[in-house]
Ligand binder design. Structure first.
Ligand code: GTP
Ligand code: MG
Length: 203
């Protein structure tokens, strides 16, 4: 699958005001600055579709994009921004928990993980929470262009071992680079396959 049309629709704090849940939807989440917005732009071939920044905390709301008029892509605000206030974190939690658990057309969430660093507790706890709530997710390792192949392999092996300590089955994983357009074919193929499972009657 190739994306030919992608458009920003709306930003929201409130799931009630999100677009009608009549199309399959995919969300992108992960620590602040991990590369969510950059990955979205790479998948859509549009440099400035989702706002990116070298300063963490750029994305603050639930951002809906409509893709080829048949599915929604959602850019979510990141977690783990060290300079966030307690009330900001609480607001994020309320908004994200409600969105992830109640959005009925959300077929899968991509959890982005920085491939350069060892497993972080905040990411592991987030994925644990997703699994406990039976919310489907995939992992996308980002910024792999910044690593040598041997370093990447070492980090991925380590990540697999870490996840295997608690889980019998591991989620689907993708390797990506927004600068090198790596992972695009695989992620879009997964979305295209998953779209076929969606019928409005199942809502
Ligand atoms: P928040 O919205 O703040 O949570 O951040 P985000 O996860 O959306 O990250 P964003 O896409 O804004 O990227 C953060 C920084 O990482 C930017 O400076 C990007 O240019 C850079 N970046 C993102 N993806 C890649 C990548 O695959 N390779 C490289 N080299 N840099 C990347
Ligand atoms: Mg962002």
């Amino acid at each position: 699958m190739k994306i030919t049309n992608s458009e920003f629709l709306m930003s929201n704090k409130d799931i009630e005001r999100c677009p009608k849940p009549n199309l399959p939807e995919y969300a992108f989440i992960g620590r602040s600055n991990v590369g969510k917005s950059s990955l979205i732009n790479m998948l859509c071939n549009k440099k400035n579709l989702a706002k990116t920044s070298s300063t963490p905390g750029k994305t603050q709301l639930i951002n809906h994009f409509i893709i080829d008029n048949i599915w929604y892509l959602v850019d979510l605000p990141g977690y783990g921004y060290a300079r966030n206030s307690k009330s900001n974190i609480k607001n994020w939690e309320t908004m994200i928990v409600s969105y992830l658990t109640d959005r009925e057309n959300l077929l899968c969430t991509f959890v982005l993980i920085d491939s350069r660093i060892p497993p972080q507790l905040i990411d592991l706890e987030f994925m644990e929470w997703m699994a406990e709530n039976e919310l489907p997710f995939c992992i996308v390792f980002t910024k792999t262009d910044k690593l040598k192949a041997t370093e990447l392999k070492k980090n991925l092996d380590f990540y697999n071992r870490k996840l295997s300590e608690n889980w019998d089955a591991l989620p689907i994983m993708f390797i990506s680079s927004a600068t090198k357009s790596l992972g695009k074919t695989e992620i879009l193929q997964f979305i295209s396959d998953t779209n076929k499972l969606f019928t409005v009657e199942t809502l």
